[in-house]
Design a protein around this ligand. Structure first.
Ligand SMILES: [Zn+2]
Length: 286
């Protein structure tokens, strides 16, 4: 039996640990949201958070994404001090500033997007990573600004720009200002494209709403991770509105590839190689 096939129920010790899951600090075990198998957390983390049983790609924290994408020691973060503003004095269960504060405390970063420069297998790039763990990777004013600035830095430094997205869409706490970011990011990207720049979007699970409907879908090359949910409105909303059953695999990466909405599906362990190959079409490694 390989490590991949090991199941907690096969081993009394593993089973005992799995049963005590809730008592463990941080949880030693977790359940795969796709195949429902118990996974040893350390094993999952050592496999770039890809399920050892079914290959499901768990959502990666933004910092981990930067780490597994960039050449070690090359990432230099940009615009890390930009912090959201509560223009609407928005309150739902909690006032918006309190939500921001709690997300900042948990993530150690000021906003949902991590921007910077570095190299991928020797190719200099600008990188923007949307972190789902920060208010669902939602796009407000600062996320839009940082995405636009990534495009501007790419233009100035003649580097390709790569975006990794995982997002619930526009940030409702910022109302119309958040929706404006769709036009703003597309504008910045279009300016880069008109001036000979090169852009790659990697949509990861889940990429939805205003992020799918703007810069994530308008880069030159559109990549998705296997099984990623990618769409505008969620499947339940569409199915309820249309009063129809949706086709199997609707809004999943494989469905979108078949329909021509994305260019490729790249598993996480091949991502750096494939990005480097794409980058080699437009530049030589430094
Ligand atoms: Zn699984």
């Amino acid at each position: 039996m390989t490590a991949n096939e090991r199941k907690p129920e096969d081993d009394p010790e593993l089973s005992r640990l799995a049963g005590k899951k809730r008592e463990m600090p941080g949880g030693l075990w977790l359940k795969c949201e796709s195949c429902r198998q118990m996974i040893f957390r350390k094993e999952l983390e050592s496999r770039q958070r890809v399920c050892p049983n079914c290959g499901f790609h768990f959502t990666l924290p933004g910092r981990e994404r930067v780490e597994i994408t960039m050449d070690p020691g090359t990432f230099e973060e940009l615009f890390a001090d930009l912090s959201p503003v509560d223009r609407l004095k928005f309150v739902d269960q909690l006032p918006y500033p309190e939500k921001i504060h709690s997300a900042q405390r948990k993530s150690g970063q000021a906003e949902a997007v991590i921007a910077g420069t570095g190299t991928v297998k020797g190719h200099p790039v600008v990188l923007g990573v949307l972190d789902f763990s920060f208010l669902g990777g939602s796009m407000g004013e600062v996320v839009g600004e940082k995405v636009a600035r990534c495009c501007e830095v790419a233009l100035e430094t003649k580097r390709p720009v790569i975006f990794f997205t995982s997002s619930g869409g526009a940030r409702m706490h910022e109302g119309a200002v958040s929706l404006m970011q769709m036009a703003k990011t597309c504008g910045a990207l279009s300016r880069l494209q008109r001036n000979g720049g090169f852009s790659i979007s990697v949509m990861t699970n889940p990429t939805t709403g205003g992020v799918t409907a703007s810069f994530a879908s308008t880069c030159d090359v559109l990549i998705a991770e296997p099984g990623a949910l990618i769409g505008f409105a969620g499947p339940r909303v569409i199915s309820t509105t249309l009063k129809q059953d949706l086709p199997k695999g609707f809004q999943r990466a494989e469905f979108l590839l078949e329909k021509g909405q994305i260019d490729a599906i790249v598993p996480r362990d091949r991502m750096r190689d494939d990005l480097a190959r794409l980058l080699s079409f437009v530049q030589k490694p430094a």
